[in-house]
Every structure is written in C-alpha cells, then in structure tokens.
Design a protein around this ligand. Sequence first.
Ligand code: ADP
Length: 445
Amino acid sequence: GNLICNLMPDKLEAGDWRGQADKVNLAEESLLNKMIRHALVTNRNQVEVLQADPTSPLYSVKTFEDLRLTPELLKGVYNMGFNRPSKIQECALPMMLAQPPQNLIAQAQSGTGKTAAFSLAMLSHVNPANKWTQCLCISPTYELALQIGQVIEQMGKFCPDVKVEYAIRGNRLLRGVKLQAHIVIGTPGTVLDWCVKYKFIDPKKITLFVLDEADVMIATQGHQDQSLRIYRQLTKDCQMLLFSATFEDSVWRFAERVVPDPNIIKLKREEETVDNIKQFYVDCKNKEDKFMALCDLYGCLTIAQAMIFCHTRKMASWLSEQLSKEGHQVAMLSGLMTVEQRAAVIERFRNGKEKVLVTTNVCSRGIDVEQVSLVVNFDLPVDFSGNADNETYLHRIGRTGRFGKQGFAVSMVDSIHGMDIINQIESHFNRKIRKLDTRNLEEME
Ligand code: ADP
C-alpha cells in the first residue's frame, strides 16, 4: 500500500502544537524503524515471564508447527521468510493462542517480533464464517496502522476468506452498514467513532483486542482517553493484548487499566558498552580545523562506513557541503525530511551507496544502523546545561563495535570546555579516550 507520510495526530487542538511536536516524533521514530528494518534485532538477553496464574504450566514453542495453525496460515508465516519463532514469540504465541484466552502485556524493543506475533494471533483467532468484526487493533498513527495492516495482509495471503479493514481518517463507510471485515486496525479516534458514533462495529462482538505501541499511544494527546473509552465498550471476556517498546511507570499504569489479569513478558534491551570501541579525540582550533582533521581521517572513512554527528542542522549542512566539495559521497539526514525520505537515505547508506552519513542527534535518535565502523563526533554530545551527555555519547558510538567487532570513535574538540567534556566522558565510562594526531594515523591500527 501507499504510505502517506503525514504524521500529525488525527485531531490537533490549536494550543497543543508545541507539546505535540516532540511526542509526534516518537511515532515518527517508530515508523522509521519499521520502514528500515528487514530482520529481527539481535538480543542475547533472557525473556522474563510473569504468569497471571503462576501454577499453570508455562508453554513455549520452538517451531511454528507446534502452534497447530491452519495450513494456510502456516504457509503465510513461512512465506514471509520466518523459520522459527523469535525469542518473545516463543513464549508470547502460546499464551496468545491459549484456550481459554489469556491476557498479555509484552514489552520488548522494536524489532523483536511483536507485530508479527499479534498479527499471527489475530489471523488465527478469526472465524471467517462469522461475518462481523472479531479482532480490533489500535495503533497511535495512521501510518503505523497501515504498517500493521501490511503485515497482516502478507501473513494472511493464503487465507483469502479473512478480511481486513482500516479505521483511519479518510476511510469513510456508508452510514448504517455493519462491517463484515474480521479484523479492523485503526487509530483510537476513528475506531471509537466506528464503534460508538456510527456503530459500524459492535464492540460486544470483539473477542480479541490489541493495543500496540502503548508508550507512543499515551504520549499522544487524547489517545489514552480514547483507548480507555474503547476498552470500556468491550466485554469482560474479550482477550486483551498490549505491547510497548519501553516501560515507564506511566505506561505500566495505563497497561494495568486496559489489561486485567495479565501475563507479562519482558525482554530487556541489550546493554550498549564501550568495551570493544577504541576511543580517540582530536585537538582542533575551529570548525575548519575539524573539517581538515576529518579529511585526514578520510583514509579510514573509505575503507568502511562512518556516521558523523553534528549538533545543529546548520552545521550538518555545512559539513556535508564541504565534504561534497572535496569529492566525497555523502548522505545527510535532515530534520526537514519526511520519514520516507529519511528511510531512503538510510537504505542507501546501508547498501553502501554512500560511505559517510552526516546527521544531527535529533534526526538519528532511535535508529539502528548497524555496520558502521567509525563514529565521528564532529560536535560533542552535550545536554541542555552544556555538560557531557554520556548517554547520547554511548548511544552514538554504540553503533560501532557491535557484536564483538572492533569499532572506532573519534571526537573533535575545539575548546577548553570541549576538553572538559571529554574528561567527563572518560571518567564516566572509566575508559581512556586517547589523543589522536590525524596526520599520523598509525595509532588507530
Ligand atoms: P516489532 O513489532 O517488535 O518491532 P516486528 O514484528 O516488526 O517487530 O519484527 C521485526 C522484523 O523481524 C520484521 O522485519 C519482521 O518481518 C521480522 N520478523 C518477525 N518475526 C520473525 C521471525 N519469527 N523470524 C524471522 N523474522 C521475523
């Protein structure tokens, strides 16, 4: 399907704009990650499971056959290239498909197979002979809802009797009709209208309810309230599934209101470390000097891929321009790009079309580009009070040196204050950041 990248929430009140801007970015980040992801993320942590009834046996599956799916659905799963259940799917799928139905709250970073899991659960749940909506899924934005729908339609490719409908703005149905689609995916506002105002859906007949991206959902004005109102329309026998990438207290409190007696599955994000990253700093006078140092480093940049971080969009543009003038193939992520454009830039970089990716922190927050071997902090990561932002530093340089590979991180310093920041970062991680002379790069060997 075609994605229309308009990431504004359905309805926006006049005065809400400022506060919304940041929050909408969460949904944007999530969409971008979905658009650039083609495989499961690597996560070596153990899945934690907390059962609603601790005395009942805990089932987990190692194969999709173990789930006793219909042959059509199993074919759809294999057709997507899935060979075996992901880590969270091993536990989550048997719970989601259990009889009598069980409720579930699952938390795991994006890319761990949550969407695929609940898509499978919905497809397996419907009885195509019943011509009414049985599964309802709500998602924070129009685009995210479409992404889920694509997964369901692809996975259900060999189940032609199962119908899917989108409860999103712009999709107007004839008044008075009763929807026959078995699965409905939508945003909270439109779903609520379809259930309550237009009565296209009878909420009492919904037997599986999925709330995706709970953290993004509650960060969006009005969505928490609408979600609760939808929830209150459902019967108490309806099975509830809730998913979230992160789990702050607010998400947790919300989850507990929407999912009674839950089983809980958690997969902690894999810790980033600086252990196998060689860290350097370069002493410079000004931005021109930093650029010269970067050019000296270019010998390394051509061998492998590099990500360069700047503090502002303006600096990122200047740097990209300078690098291009020197004849380098440079890609740049800008805050002015749509999510689709950003996804395209990242895709090109991933495929090696460009060796260097220049970005601001805001632009690249939360995105996974895995195979870079050099990270350059053209500007040092600082928080709003000008101190070292250790977390951002770690997150930036954590893009290199993944999975036991050796990585390099080079930070450009152009002031005494900058040197102070380097010292703060050194002592925070208790790892030496060595001075690098870019005209003598043997130290990097
Ligand atoms: P999440 O919802 O947690 O972000 P997704 O369900 O979107 O995760 O899965 C992330 C990526 O991994 C997708 O590209 C998806 O097609 C793929 N994927 C999901 N489950 C499996 C599996 N069991 N085997 C292989 N790939 C999978």
